[in-house]
Design a protein. Sequence first.
Length: 218
Amino acid sequence: MTRRQIPVVERILSANDRIAANNRERLRGHGITTVNIMSSPGAGKTTLLLATIRALGEACKIGVIEGDVASQVDADKIAQAGVPVVQINTGGGCHLEASMVQQALNALPLEEIQLLFIENVGNLICPAGFDLGQDYNVALLSVPEGHDKPYKYPSMFEFVDLVLVTKTDVLPYMDFDLAEFRRLVHGLNPRAPVLPLSARTGEGMEAWLEWLEAAVRR
Ligand code: MG
Ligand code: ZN
């Protein structure tokens, strides 16, 4: 990057931060707890959200913003589960920005939502750099991706509030070292809990649901 381009990047980021602050104020005004979910493509974000919606059911009114490069297959699955959902298609963009979330909020029944999930675009790199107005950041890493990912994508693991290891039902078939993964995450981010779970079998879901319920009460 040339020196001339740096001020442009800074201006774009501060415009995003301004809109993110507006989103945050608006969401808190409605008493909504907002959780930004990030991972690589295929780590199980939508599957986890569907299992979470099933488990929390009537106990908590959930809404979802689905971010994808294209298509609305994930939003259709969430809609079938009976919760309000808005699809954002980034048209090739590899992360969500605050202005996209701002538009999605206009299309959601905010007075009917207590817990809002933002499913970010599948990408372990730049979603970490864009504030959307969320209260919490959660990173998912699936067992097939390997335990070394915090080495390769440190910025994602550095700033999140919680790390979920998904698809633990395939642990017996993979060389995934959970203790080593924990050690790497806590080397970057000592305060983030690391919770292993399988949305398919339900193993470990309890701890995730307890974390969510505490976040909503806070
Ligand atoms: Mg998805
Ligand atoms: Zn991006």
